[in-house]
Design a protein around this ligand. Structure first.
Ligand SMILES: [Zn+2]
Length: 359
């Protein structure tokens, strides 16, 4: 939320795009629009391991353990989904999203989807330094084709952070503390269940914190209809029910991935959250849907020529996809049509969102 607030302050473009994204999400939440996609979407992932101390150079097994968790959690195939209280089992959602390490790099060459970069930085924070080689990090692969995950040392007790859809492409993706990544290697309790990445990718797919980031005021929620309004973040492993904001008898849905509970105490997304994710996958992140539903022919084996300054390589535009230029044009057009209501909404968010030490 710190990054979200910073971008809202810094960038008129981000404010306009967020309003557009929120409009679409509300249409999905209210049932006025629904997803046209059928079947499972697979999102290609590139993992940037940015290490200073040797132990931060986590092994492939730890990375694979994280992918395994994601592919369980986003398919509601995690063993602990059985712990969801009876009153909410009907809300459990299979988002029909899977994640796979990239097999082709941006030029079409073979890759294992893992990049290892040694850095002189002892730790990173939410200033996005880890996302650029110029600041001791690793440059992203095209963020409309890959989910970029940076794994590194983070300062200030931060477990991870993400960028919501609509932000600058050069910093798009999620950042995870190596000790909170995967289930083996350097992963350390109580964050060794791989759920930090599940949570951060939830943000990347446009989910807000389940308590609405209103610091206990009960006045703002997560804009998802089927999650109870709750006061503030839950931590640790609460006992059910935990009632706040007059949300009894069932109370907070603290076992939702978008709360702050321990990895072992969170195990569900809801149908309403899936609606927001679907809106995102047909809007701001539609390039992933288009690519996933095309045959492997969408990724030609012949390597593209490296872009040259005088004659940039022409990027193929997938059917139904958009170029960045098209995005900007659409944005300029849409920004003229923004309603006062939506702008007020954003202003309210600006006023209500508080700084939090972790993403
Ligand atoms: Zn978060």
């Amino acid at each position: 939320m710190h990054v979200h607030r910073r971008l809202l302050n810094e960038s008129m473009t981000y404010r306009a795009r967020r309003a557009q994204i929120e409009n679409r999400a509300l249409q999905f939440e209210s049932g006025r629009r629904s997803s046209a996609r059928t079947g499972v979407i697979t999102i290609p992932v590139v993992v940037h391991v940015v290490y200073n101390a040797a132990e931060e150079n986590i092994d492939d097994q730890q990375i694979m353990s994280q992918l395994d968790v994601l592919n369980q959690d986003f398919r509601a195939a995690n063993p602990d989904v059985s712990k969801v209280p009876d009153v909410w089992t009907s809300l459990v959602a299979d988002t029909e999203i899977e994640f796979g390490l990239a097999t082709k790099d941006p030029l079409g060459g073979p890759t294992n989807g893992i990049i290892r970069v040694k850095t002189a930085q002892s730790a990173f924070d939410t200033d996005d330094g880890v996302k650029s080689s110029a600041t001791g990090g690793s440059d992203p692969w095209p963020t409309d084709q890959y989910l970029n995950m940076w794994v590194c040392q983070l300062g200030g007790g931060l477990l991870g952070y993400a960028q919501f859809p609509g932000g600058p492409p050069q910093t798009d993706g999620v950042v995870i503390l190596h000790r909170a990544f995967g289930t083996s290697g350097t992963a350390a309790a109580p964050y060794n269940g791989g759920r930090t990445a599940t949570h951060e990718i939830g943000h990347w797919l446009d989910l807000f914190h389940i308590w609405g980031d209103d610091d206990g005021a009960c006045s703002n929620d997560d804009r998802v209809a089927d999650t109870p309004n709750q006061a503030d973040a839950n931590v640790g492993a609460p006992d059910f029910p935990h009632v706040t904001c007059n949300n009894g008898p069932n109370g907070d849905m603290f076992m939702n991935y978008m709360d702050y509970t321990d990895d072992a105490a969170m195990f569900m997304f809801t149908m309403g959250q899936r609606e927001r994710i679907d809106a995102c996958l047909e809007g701001a992140r539609s390039s992933f849907t288009v690519a996933s539903q095309q045959a492997p022919a969408a990724q030609p084996a012949a390597a593209a020529q490296p872009a040259q300054p005088a004659q940039p390589a022409k990027q193929p535009v997938p059917a139904g996809g958009v170029t960045h230029d098209g995005d900007v044009e659409r944005l300029l057009h849409d920004s003229e049509r923004l309603t006062r209501e939506v702008l007020d909404d954003i202003h309210n968010m600006l006023g209500l969102v508080g700084h939090r030490p972790s993403g």
